[in-house]
Design a protein around this ligand. Sequence first.
Ligand code: MAN
Ligand code: CA
Ligand code: CA
Length: 210
Amino acid sequence: MHSLILISTILIVAIWSCLTEEPTKTNLCIEKPERYGKEGREGPPGPKGDKGETGRPADMHRITELEEEIQTLKLSVSNLGKRMPFTYWSRYGQKMFATKNDTLIFKEGIKLCKEANGEIAMPVSAGENDALWQFVKLTGGAYLGVNDMKIEGQYEDFNTGNPVMFTNWRSGEPNDHQSEEDCSEMKSDGTWNDLWCKWSRAIICQFKLI
Ligand code: MAN
Ligand code: CA
Ligand code: CA
């Protein structure tokens, strides 16, 4: 009976010491991974290194070139941001045309294109007219830059103020209907009509590539 109590006591102490990891630990314990103390503090700074090699002289020409490239890149990035609203794009020659699903009065259209660093679409050839026509088939009537706001009957390019050389008026147009039509639109058949500047029409902007 005594020996049973003794054996039980030894076993209880051995298990207890294993669980608590007391210094009384016996070799009955299952080995556990070693435990490390906390990392020490950072040591003092090392001695100063040797003097480096003399650098190459600044290449001012290259720096100027790079500065110019950065300016061009900045402009491209800024233009990309401003042109985000446009959903349809097409390129014809050195011009990009862009539009979106929206109609505006002429003045607002001018503002929209200007904000994107562009101009209101102004076809100067049959090729450009056809390129715009592809959009107009989707958007319906769209404003063009052609206008006679300054002098009735003298049609100018709104962007440059120069007289228009290429025209594609629909037969019977421009008619200055009710003496109040000084803006112009491309109709869905690709021909032009003069109209009141307060009508809402699709807006196509042009961006010159050079
Ligand atoms: C008709 C024609 C056009 C004119 C429009 C105005 O389509 O008379 O010339 O521009 O009406 O709504
Ligand atoms: Ca007119
Ligand atoms: Ca008309």
